[in-house]
Design a protein around this ligand. Structure first.
Ligand code: SF4
Length: 218
């Protein structure tokens, strides 16, 4: 079984991100290995380079960078690495860097849920009572978010589904879209499993873009 020890299941914020992009893609990555097209490999290399520059810049500015974090929560262990963290007496800033430019307005839901997972780990570990803000830095814009109970519920639902995927190998429903599926390296096998795409995951109803809390009323 993928990513489990005893009754615990380890989940990374990157897996949360992939789950909200497409739960079935996460299943394929876990059980068939991560496949990447040449374009994706090049983008991953550029992304690593971009992160390395941000890492050095943050160290020079005295900001804690690449911080490993873990949270045990019942049958789950959330484990990941925060790009950068600034902690004050009453406030915590969590920085997540993305080498892409993001959607025209707001942030990709998958990126948002990844960064929210870091905020959730921080709050549960040592930041209760502090104002935790997580910042998504795209190439051309930065968006600030506060953690909210609705998003935490989404995270907990995703963790429950990932537990079932990892522990019991259950194939989740997909979150298909022409844009996603056209560049998915598992498209053939996915479509052979479910050619009519009749079922889709609960993630689909959430849409793919989220706006910052102060901007959602527009
Ligand atoms: S082909 Fe589409 S629905 Fe299937 S795993 Fe890939 S992205 Fe998800």
């Amino acid at each position: 079984m993928a990513g489990s020890r005893d009754d615990k299941v380890y989940i990374t914020p990157t897996e949360i991100k992939t789950f909200f992009y497409c739960p079935r893609l996460l299943f394929f990555q876990l059980y068939l290995g991560k496949k990447m097209t040449l374009k994706r490999r090049i983008r991953a290399k550029l992304g690593s380079f971009y992160h390395a520059i941000k890492h050095i810049t943050n160290i020079l500015r005295g900001i804690e960078a690449e911080k490993d974090v873990t949270l045990e929560l019942g049958r789950y262990v959330l484990k990941g690495r925060i790009d950068a963290l600034e902690e004050g007496t009453d406030k915590i800033l969590i920085h997540e860097y993305k080498s892409g430019s993001g959607p025209r307005r707001g942030a990709w839901l998958s990126d948002y849920m990844q960064a929210l997972t870091y905020a959730f780990i921080s709050i549960r570990n040592n930041s209760r009572g502090k104002n935790v803000i997580f910042k998504l830095h795209y190439r051309s814009k930065t968006l600030d978010f506060n953690i909210d109970s609705e998003s935490v519920n989404l995270l907990l639902n995703a963790m429950s589904d990932i537990y079932i995927i990892k522990k019991h190998g259950v194939l989740p429903d997909p979150n298909p879209s022409p844009a996603k599926c056209s560049k998915c390296p598992y498209r053939d096998i996915c479509q052979s499993l479910q050619p009519d795409e009749a079922l889709s995951s609960w993630v689909k109803s959430l849409g793919s873009v989220i706006r910052p809390s102060h901007d959602r009323e527009d």
